[in-house]
Design a protein around this ligand. Structure first.
Ligand code: ADP
Ligand code: ZN
Length: 694
């Protein structure tokens, strides 16, 4: 029998399984039932697709969303697997054909919606079925967040195929739902596979209290610094989605909006356009995203604080499903809390909602690793900080904040705790604004007592005092700042407090971006994406079905010269190489050729044993240029001994300085910091070694 890992390579083009995938596949091949809990993007599909390919007869896949079904079927079909879907959106003759193919055992997987399942049960019973996979299995449970009555019928289906394995898949973590799924689907002694909810490829960042204008500028700079990539901006209100979209379009970023107030046909068109990369950014309410399976969303921005961590996690989870580095940024404002609490004020279980909002706030306000907080919410505990959130990137430096705190607390008390954050800052800075004079705030003793800090700095300090519990916001009373008992103790000098220093953050200089794209050839990326888009239109499938983002990236990095070299590219199975390989190679040759040949020449001379100067002389290039070639070749994985060009001591020098400069890739700051002692090319060599591409 052909091994699962061979199919993973030959059909899907991947080298190794992710957590639990192989075990689940083996389990299915042994005809055992299973309940699989995996986060969005964890790679559920392969778990039933590979056993389906191996088993002789048909696998039924029950999936709730017709749009999702179509995309999934197209994705796997592009890898050369015979599959079909069957639902109410098809014409009679299309359906007839699918039925014929199913009866004649010409397809490996048949995707069905639960509704069609019920109406088709008679002919389905006639089929030779080897396995049943139930996607989004939480839909069977009333406890789940997306109950669908039709799902209850799946248990019925089970009775007809008693001896066939059933695999249920869900991303829902909670225990009641899990138990319910097992019962409602009549799973037989199912093994439960739980994957980690950690999505290490998603970076996490939070920006608090950023005024609208600044936020707009920041977001535009962020998007532009990322180039042509797909992203989602989630907003609380319909109006905001339209505002954002218009703003982005006016800044030359192609964007559309999406919310429940639009006619269904228009919504579908917008969604379709996003999936097909006909524009880059979608500005949407949380109504958007349920039915989409776009693997190359590179970033998700939240314009407001979400109402709970479950929702937030699901929304950011729509980024980076292909496993490539992707970014998430949450903008929040204390006003959002008021809005969210307002939405639920009539509810019987208001307290529960409030608690959830508070947990969300904890994430937003954290001054320790954010991923730890997220995962702890789902009951997982990381043993180390993640290294991929804004806090880990630049851990706050704490300073003695007692005097700062006393000034703020005292000013708040002297206003009789009747002001919000911004007005308090104005009082501290001695600003001459209308509301100050109207409320006679210029008369109080602490007016202007904090002139030494800027508006932003004060805002930051006060936010931190709220986090640390010295202030409390009265959400039900115009967001006034109230002094807590901790605040009182600080004010009286009975308690000292440390505050994180204020730091200006620059979102455009994300280190992830630089490290991930450092080696990729931009011309090749652009050309491949353009080609991919044309192919996609021709074949009427989304662009990522033709070529995943990570495949594009790898091709641009390794510039494969022939079909054989293409086999090393992740995400390219045999069928895709056969269909598209020649075209891809010719794009690489056209766009990347100059670079290949010059590097290749240097490599050949290096391999023949020449020294740096000799290569330079032979090629009539400077030795700096040759050294740069060698660095690039080294980064591509070629065997180059960079230690010939630098001493251990010099590497350590660069390491120390670079750590201080938050691991920059820029040479000049390092050069300056070392007072010009080390030439630029040595710094490059050191960085290549330190980043350890081997
Ligand atoms: P979900 O669990 O959300 O259904 P998918 O099955 O759609 O996730 O998989 C998400 C992405 O991960 C897809 O682009 C898929 O091709 C990719 N993927 C799945 N398994 C692997 C693997 N073992 N190696 C690399 N990529 C994988
Ligand atoms: Zn972290």
């Amino acid at each position: 029998m052909i091994r699962p890992v061979e199919i993973l390579k030959s059909v899907f083009g991947y080298d190794s399984f992710r957590q639990n995938q192989e075990e689940i596949i083996e389990h299915a091949l042994a005809d055992q039932d299973a309940l699989v809990i995996m986060p969005t993007g964890g790679g559920k599909s392969i778990c039933f697709q590979i056993p389906a390919i191996i088993k002789p007869n048909l696998t039924l896949v029950i999936s709730p969303l017709i749009s999702l079904m179509k995309d999934q079927v197209e994705s796997i079909r592009a890898n050369g697997v015979d599959v079909a879907y069957y639902n109410s959106s098809m014409t009679d003759s299309q359906r007839l054909e699918v039925r014929r193919n199913a009866v004649e055992n010409k397809i490996k997987l048949l995707y069905l919606s639960p509704e069609t399942l019920i109406s088709s049960i008679d002919w389905i019973k006639q089929l030779k079925i080897d396995m049943i996979a139930v996607d989004e299995a939480h839909c069977v449970s009333m406890w789940g967040h997306d109950f669908r009555p039709e799902y209850q019928q799946i248990g019925e289906l089970r009775k007809h195929f008693k001896n066939k394995p059933m695999l249920a898949f869900t991303a829902t973590a909670d225990k009641i739902t899990r138990k319910d799924i097992s019962e409602k689907l009549s799973l037989q002694n199912p093994t439960v596979f739980i994957s980690s909810f950690d999505r290490p490829n998603l970076s996490l960042a939070v920006r608090s209290q950023v005024p609208k204008k600044d936020k707009q500028k920041e977001v535009v700079n962020f998007i532009k610094s990322r180039g042509v990539e797909s992203g989602i901006i989630y907003c609380l209100s319909r109006k905001e989605t339209e505002e954002w979209s218009n703003y982005l379009n006016s800044r030359g970023i192609s964007s559309r909006y999406y919310h429940a107030g639009m006619p269904a046909a228009e919504r579908d068109a917008v969604q379709e356009g996003f999936i097909n990369d006909s524009y880059d950014v979608i500005c949407a309410t949380i109504a958007f995203g349920m039915g989409i399976d776009k693997s190359n969303v590179r970033w998700v921005i939240h314009n407001n604080l979400p109402k709970n961590i479950e929702g937030f996690y699901q929304e950011i989870g729509r980024a980076g499903r292909d496993g490539m580095p992707s970014e998430t940024i949450l903008y929040f404002n204390y006003r959002d809390v008021v809005l969210q609490k307002d939405f639920v004020k009539e509810s019987d279980i208001k307290e529960v909602y409030h608690e959830k909002i508070n947990r969300m706030l904890q994430y937003a306000e954290s001054s320790s690793c954010r991923r730890r907080i997220l995962l702890a919410y789902f009951g997982e505990h990381l043993t180390e900080d993640c290294g991929n959130c804004d806090i880990c990137d630049s851990p706050p430096i704490f300073i003695d904040g007692t005097v700062i705190a006393q000034k703020a607390l005292s000013a708040a008390s002297r206003t009789n705790q009747s002001v919000g954050i911004n007005l308090l800052v104005n009082v501290l800075r001695g600003a001459q604004t209308m509301d100050i004079f109207e409320q006679n705030l210029h008369q109080i003793k602490t007016y202007g007592a904090g002139k030494e800090y800027s508006f932003k700095q004060w805002q930051h300090f006060i936010n931190q005092l709220i986090n640390l519990g010295a202030f409390e916001i009265a959400y039900d009373d115009n967001m006034k700042l109230k002094v807590t008992s901790l605040g009182d103790a600080i004010l009286k000098g009975n308690q000292e407090i440390k505050l994180p220093q204020y730091e200006e953050k620059d979102l455009t200089s994300g280190k992830k971006k630089k490290s991930s794209n450092k080696q990729a050839d931009d011309d090749v990326v652009t050309a491949l994406k353009l080609w991919r888009k044309e192919k996609a239109a021709e074949n009427k499938v989304p662009a990522y079905v033709i070529l995943h983002d990570n495949s594009v990236d790898e091709i641009a990095k390794f510039l494969p010269a022939d079909l054989e070299a293409l086999q090393n590219i992740q995400g390219l199975g045999k069928v895709k190489i056969q269909r598209f390989g020649a075209e891809i190679i010719s794009i690489v040759q056209e766009k990347g050729n100059k670079k290949i040949s010059t590097y290749q020449k240097t490599l050949n001379l290096y391999r023949s044993g020449l020294k740096l100067d000799q290569i330079a002389e032979a090629r009539n290039l400077s030795s700096t240029t040759i050294l740069n070639h060698l660095i690039k070749l080294y980064e591509e994985g070629k065997r180059i001994n960079l230690y010939d060009f630098i001493t251990e001591f010099e590497i350590q020098q660069v390491k120390t300085v670079r750590t201080k400069l938050s691991n920059t890739y820029q040479l000049k700051p390092i050069h300056d910091e070392l007072k010009g002692e080390l030439p630029y090319e040595k710094i490059s060599v050191a960085i290549a070694i330190l980043d350890g591409h081997h």
